[in-house]
Design a binder for this molecule. Structure first.
Ligand code: BES
Ligand code: MN
Ligand code: ZN
Length: 459
């Protein structure tokens, strides 16, 4: 990632003034007569997202005016400033006044500078920002770098991001921070991780269980589990092409868990971190697992396959069971698990589930303050019996089409027993159309809010 933040103290920076309906007249009044004339001639009215670049007498850029919502506006985008890197010419800039939240605006500026350049040259002017006063630039850089990592991993197409490449990404990260890394692969999974093996075996690219641990073993144990389905065809319950199109993003849970782990390790939080990523490709072949197959999971629960397209919960089940065995203080899993989550809340607002009321309140609060939106949904006990199977302990996909995201969360809950507290987030991991600070494509979701939670608790 290019260093977005300019921390050299003597850097000459072009001022950006945030203007809204409320202060536009005052801002205009403070301009030179020429600039005021230019603003008027351009028809600039400080509407949210509009940008005015004002020249100096010598032809250089004197300053920038950028429109944002009024303080009292019904809906205000704290990431507005994330559009600036796409609007400004190369140069170093600074905020001349405070937008609603200068920290989030600066973060958005960094997040909005992301471009995916692996397969073609992106000529993107180098736009830098002097961090606003009182804002911890190192912390913002840490968050932006993590988001870039998650986006790069998700945006990389499946032919270059299979289970092996995901393992390499995890191993690189583990090595960078001196974490202890191990990985179980292919047929070696059959005995102890039957569900990961069952889902992954039809692909010519063998499945994996990636496992690394970092930090002082005496510190509180926090374990992260991420769904790493490198491509989801649906298996024999094949998805239609429209549903399959963006399934390279089905390792979004893994990508976000790695992003979260990177922030935790970089900030040296006082936890014993463990990261588990079951990495598979849900493929179609003669040896694929089938509807109504039954497997005995790692935990001993027998699972009937109601639908091979409900594969994410299967691989997470075995990984959660393993994580649960060492009774972590906090067990967190992230995954792109259901279309139903998106139907309920849309792509930008992932549902989260927990029975820990304190944790729920903290997550909801930090999701808001970090502008990493999350919304609590219930582990509704009355629906738990929907998981009943007539021939096994449970099914992975009950026949009814109701409450799909809740049912998935209830399925996963069956595999968590000893962890002190458990948080599950059903993310989308993808921005369907660009918004300020959120370019189209792979997206970092839930990782920043959870990182903040962990740094509040274990800094
Ligand atoms: N990876 C999908 C979920 C998904 C689909 C997320 C589209 C985001 C967008 C998951 O593996 C899946 O296919 N889930 C099924 C479950 C169903 C078969 C019970 C779904 O949501 O349709
Ligand atoms: Mn699926
Ligand atoms: Zn999937």
């Amino acid at each position: 990632m290019p260093p977005v933040f300019e921390t050299a103290p003597d850097a000459k920076a072009i001022p950006i003034t945030f203007a809204s309906k409320a202060n536009w007249e005052a801002v205009k009044k403070a301009l030179s007569p020429e600039s005021r004339q230019f603003a008027e001639a351009s028809g600039f009215a400080a509407k949210p997202g509009k940008c005015l670049i004002l020249p100096a007498a010598d032809g250089t850029i004197a300053q920038v005016i950028f429109g944002i919502e009024d303080d009292g506006a019904k809906s205000r985008d704290p990431f507005r400033a994330g559009a600036l890197p796409g609007l400004l010419p190369a140069g170093t800039y600074r905020f001349a006044n405070a937008p609603h939240d200068a920290r989030l605006a600066a973060l958005a500026f960094a997040l909005g500078s992301y471009r995916f350049g692996r397969y073609r040259k992106v000529d993107h002017p180098e736009v830098r920002l002097v961090p606003p006063e009182g804002v911890d630039a190192a912390e913002l850089t840490r968050m932006a770098e993590a988001a870039y990592l998650a986006r790069d991993l998700i945006n990389t197409p499946s032919n270059d991001m299979g289970p092996m490449e995901l393992e390499t990404a995890a191993r690189d990260l583990a090595q960078r921070f001196g974490a202890k890394f191990s990985c179980i692969e292919g047929h070696d999974l059959k005995q102890n991780f039957p569900l990961i093996h069952a889902v992954g075996m039809a692909s010519t690219r063998p499945p994996r269980l990636i496992d690394f641990s970092w930090g002082d073993p005496a510190h509180p144990k926090v374990t992260l589990v991420g769904k790493g389905v490198c491509f989801d065809t649906g298996g024999l319950d094949l998805k239609p092409s429209s549903g399959m199109l963006i399934m390279k993003k089905d390792m979004g849970g893994a990508a976000n868990v790695l992003a979260l782990a990177q922030m935790v390790m970089d900030a040296k939080l006082k936890i014993r971190l463990r990261v588990l990523v079951p990495a598979v490709e849900n493929a179609v072949a003669g040896n694929a697992f089938r509807p109504l197959d039954i497997f005995k999971s790692r935990k001993g629960i027998t699972v009937e396959i109601g639908n091979t397209d409900a594969e994410g919960r299967l691989i997470l089940a075995d990984a959660l069971a393993l994580a649960d065995e060492e009774k972590p203080e906090l067990l967190i899993d992230l995954g792109t698990l259901t279309g139903a989550a998106r139907t309920a809340l849309g792509p930008d607002l992932p549902p989260f589930y927990t029975n820990d009321e304190t944790l729920a309140a903290d997550v909801a609060r930090l999701a808001k303050t970090e502008h990493d939106p999350l919304w609590r949904m219930p582990l509704w006990p009355a629906y738990d019996s929907w998981l009943d199977s007539k021939v096994a302990n449970i099914t992975n996909a009950p026949s009814g089409a109701f409450a799909g995201s809740i049912v998935c969360a209830l399925f996963l809950q069956r595999f968590v027993e000893s962890a002190k507290s458990w948080l599950h987030v059903d993310i989308y991991g993808w921005t369907p159309s660009a918004k300020p600070g959120r370019p189209e494509g792979g997206e970092c979701q839930a990782a920043r809010a959870i990182y903040k939670l962990l740094s509040e608790r274990y800094a």
